[in-house]
Design a protein around this ligand. Structure first.
Ligand SMILES: [Fe+2]
Ligand SMILES: [Fe+2]
Length: 301
């Protein structure tokens, strides 16, 4: 039997910006004023331990080095250029502890149109960890990014975040060319016989109601593309609660990493795949223990 592949999934590390991260040009957006007020009132408390928690997790990773570290976005709070640079700095020690690192942006990282329609600012900052771009990319979308790993696994990183200028909206979307590129990639012969692991920022249920401005607009389209394929599993963030769920119309088990740094709710997942069986262990942080894992459970029963 081949050596199992071990990967760790984290998300929504949401570092808090310092005052020096703000520039006047970036403050011209009304949404950033609203978000800064929200940051001062609520968000600052929730993510007050983000930096020490990241440092502690880097230490945990050094003691438990994974083959792959996956981050499903929301590195930042307001998606500013200096803030993203700081997020890279703080993420680098975690990345150094893993064999391979793959990231995808969250809605906070592509906060406003200045990020570029498909996240050029994010892509420039996180370039070493984006993975191989699609060979055919006439629309210059850059996603999905696929790594074929042993034993028999395909890791598919897909961007589902987009700039959202209205201050009340934090929804996601996947451009049609990226969905078409994903469908084309999944149909290729080199994907057959592999465990498919798709990681993206947004969860895949449909909007709960018309006023749900926090959901992925293209969730149904993405589920329809994935449905003929498998076995597969979905990894996402955005919801700041770590957990596992099932979707009624897709057989792929779903794992939400929650947030690694949210005060009182730090979570993450650790997976192993030996080519036949996959296990998942949920990770927590506690003041008396630091980061730790629950006993592993089977991903497919
Ligand atoms: Fe988030
Ligand atoms: Fe998010």
């Amino acid at each position: 039997m081949s050596k199992p592949l071990h990967w760790v999934h984290i998300s929504d590390t949401h570092i808090l910006p310092g005052w020096r991260d703000f520039t006047w040009r970036e403050l011209l957006w009304f949404k950033r004023w609203v978000a800064t007020a929200y940051l001062l009132v609520l968000r600052r408390r929730r993510f007050r331990y983000a930096r020490p928690r990241l440092a502690a997790f880097a230490e945990w990773l050094r003691a438990n080095p994974p083959d792959v570290l996956v981050h499903t976005g929301d590195f930042s709070g307001l998606g500013m250029r200096r803030e993203l640079a700081r997020a890279v700095e703080l993420f680098a020690p975690l990345a150094a502890a893993a064999g391979l690192v793959r990231v995808t942006p969250g809605n906070h990282d592509l906060y406003l149109p200045e990020a570029g329609p498909f996240g050029a600012t994010f892509a420039a900052a996180f370039a070493p960890w984006l993975g191989p771009a699609p060979e055919q990319d006439p629309a210059d979308i850059s996603w999905p990014r696929v790594d074929l790993l042993e034993p028999n696994l395909a890791l598919i990183m897909l961007n589902s975040a987009r700039p959202n200028p209205p201050f009340w909206r934090s929804s996601g979307g996947i451009p049609a060319p990226a969905l078409a590129a994903l469908a084309e990639r999944l149909a290729r012969p080199d994907m057959r016989g592999r465990l498919l692991v798709l990681a993206t920022h947004f969860p895949l249920p449909d909007r709960r109601n018309r006023r749900d401005w926090h959901a992925l607009d293209d969730a149904a389209a993405l589920r329809a593309i994935l449905r003929p394929y498998g076995p597969g599993l979905l990894l996402h963030g955005h919801d700041h609660r770590c957990g596992r769920c099932a979707l009624p119309d897709l057989s792929w088990p779903v794992f939400c990493a929650g947030s690694l740094t949210y005060a009182g709710r730090s979570g993450f997942w650790s997976f192993r795949w030996d080519g036949q069986q996959a296990t998942a262990a949920r990770g927590h942080w506690a003041p008396e223990r630091g980061f730790y894992l629950e006993p592993p459970e089977a991903v497919f029963s």
